[in-house]
Design a binder for this molecule. Structure first.
Ligand code: GLN
Length: 481
């Protein structure tokens, strides 16, 4: 048996039963990484030596019969926009190519405290801006299901690493879908919890009011395990919520039917904007039948402002991006241009050399939208529409447990195709961005394949009702397996 293909919770059981050591588990994953990485390119930087030391520390704990943390020696991939002390953190950008953070993000401290092992830093679209992991300075990641296809993005490295059995668990970030969409493309589970559930201290920001750390696993139980290891209030992050302090405790008894009596909403706007591929729609319809046959109550609802979600997201996100990116000035840290005569030229040359095309595009859009005279018309209006979108969701969640949709309107696609049309690329975020605008929680769970390519079901829940999303995911998984 190839141990790397097990679920994270199964690996954990084997460690706790002393069937395998943490070191053996880690070595099996390192071997797998060495085998597949030349083709997949899910990692930017590996952390083998430190990881081996950690595995030995954990094995020592096991030998001494000390209690292990939730992650009990499991190897974990970390998206490379999350700061890791003494381990290069690049955001997949030339501008941070050699940046070594002097501190750990809170999520890394939590992984360590829970005896998880950081095995390496995973690939992403530059600064998490994108949906295909093609804009990485370190080259694209390939989809392990079909290597001619993109893995989705921006957390494509994390999703592909879990899909290719390089790690059982990984962290990503989700500003407008970057955990759920690559999970859908790679056939794994991706969960973006409620805004405020996971500390963002040490997570390099893209758009602060939308960014949230998310988790990847092979099934819903894996995602729950990872979420409970990293959630919790953090006074170092002013957007962290005290509501995140309790672990999400769910009875995992196999006999419980979580779908029985669950109230499920389907937005009619999503039906109208349905995918062009009929078979993808059929997958979604089948999933609805599974919910219905298991006793869920399904109702069509309306989210009237949903049609403005993409524009609203791309304005707010770009404005925040343009402000966040100003710190890369070639002076404090990161890349600095070699040739310049004046201070202005230093900034200009550094940023021209250091940023890729998509990052520059968003800085320009954001700066423009925030400019005097335009900010009222664009940025401030977008904030107002954001509130309307949030209120639409509030109305639905007043009497429904979850909302269901596809995670992505399109299947994984070939390299160098959609990326050439930025608007087409942005449109692919249709189903995921409203969730970030409203600060909700949401998860993508594999539904099956169309033409051999995975399709994900998106389960959306109200703020701090992450347990509903997880229960729905568990219920669906149990009903289809
Ligand atoms: N694809 C979206 C974008 O390009 C989402 C990115 C993300 O969630 N980090 O903005």
């Amino acid at each position: 048996m190839d141990i790397t293909s097990l679920k994270a919770w199964e690996m954990k059981e084997k460690i706790l039963n002393k069937e395998i050591s943490s070191r053996e588990l880690l070595e099996a994953h390192i071997k797998k990484i060495e085998e597949v990485e030349p083709e997949i390119n899910a990692f930017i930087t590996l952390n083998k030596e430190e990881a081996l030391k950690e595995a030995e520390r954990i094995d020592e704990k096991i030998k001494n019969n000390e209690e292990l943390g939730l992650l009990a020696g499991l190897p974990i991939g970390i998206k490379d926009n999350i700061a890791t002390k003494n381990l290069r953190t690049t955001c997949a950008s030339k501008i941070l190519e050699n940046f070594i953070p002097p501190y750990n993000a809170t999520v890394i401290e939590k992984i360590k405290a829970n005896d998880g092992i950081v095995i390496g830093k995973t690939n992403l679209d530059e600064f998490a801006m994108g949906g295909s992991t093609e804009t990485s300075y370190f080259g694209p990641t390939k989809n392990p299901i079909n290597k001619n296809m993109v893995p989705g993005g921006s957390s494509g490295g994390s999703a592909a690493a879990v899909g290719a059995n390089e790690v059982p668990l990984a962290l990503g970030t989700d500003t407008g879908g970057s955990v759920r969409q690559p999970a859908s493309f790679c056939g794994v589970v991706g969960l973006k919890p409620t805004y405020g559930m996971i500390s963002r201290y040490g997570v390099i920001p893209m758009a602060n009011t939308l960014d949230q750390v998310g988790v990847f696993g092979r099934d819903v139980k894996d995602a729950l395990l990872m979420l409970n290891a990293v959630t919790g209030y953090d006074m170092k992050d002013s957007t962290s919520s005290k509501k995140s302090d309790l672990p999400i405790s769910i009875d995992l008894n196999e006999r419980i039917n979580y779908l029985e009596g669950m109230t499920v909403a389907i937005p009619k706007e999503y039906i109208e904007l349905g995918p062009s591929n009929k078979e993808v729609q059929a997958q979604f319809d089948n999933a609805l039948k599974v919910f219905e046959n298991s006793g869920a109550k399904i109702e069509i609802v309306s989210l009237p402002h949903l049609e403005y979600a993409l524009e609203t997201y791309y304005i707010i996100m770009s404005c925040e991006v343009s402000s966040n990116m100003s710190r890369y000035d070639g002076i404090r840290f990161g890349h600095r241009a070699e040739e310049y005569n004046t201070l202005d030229e230093l900034y200009k040359n550094t940023r021209t050399e250091g940023f890729g095309e998509e990052v520059k595009r968003r800085i320009m859009v954001g700066t423009y939208a925030l400019s005097k005279g335009l900010a009222e018309e664009s940025y401030k209006k977008a904030l107002k529409v954001r509130t309307l979108i949030k209120q639409d969701f509030d109305r639905v969640f007043a009497n429904h447990d979850i909302i269901l949709s596809l995670a992505s309107p399109i299947l994984p696609y070939e390299f160098n195709s959609v990326i050439n049309d930025p608007i087409e690329m942005y449109k692919a975020d249709l189903y995921t961005v409203p969730v970030n605008l409203a600060g909700l929680c949401s998860m993508s769970v594999p539904m099956g394949t169309v033409d051999g390519l995975p399709v994900g079901l998106q389960i959306i829940g109200d703020r701090f009702k992450d347990a509903n999303v997880i229960k729905a995911g568990l219920g669906y998984e149990r009903a289809v397996l």
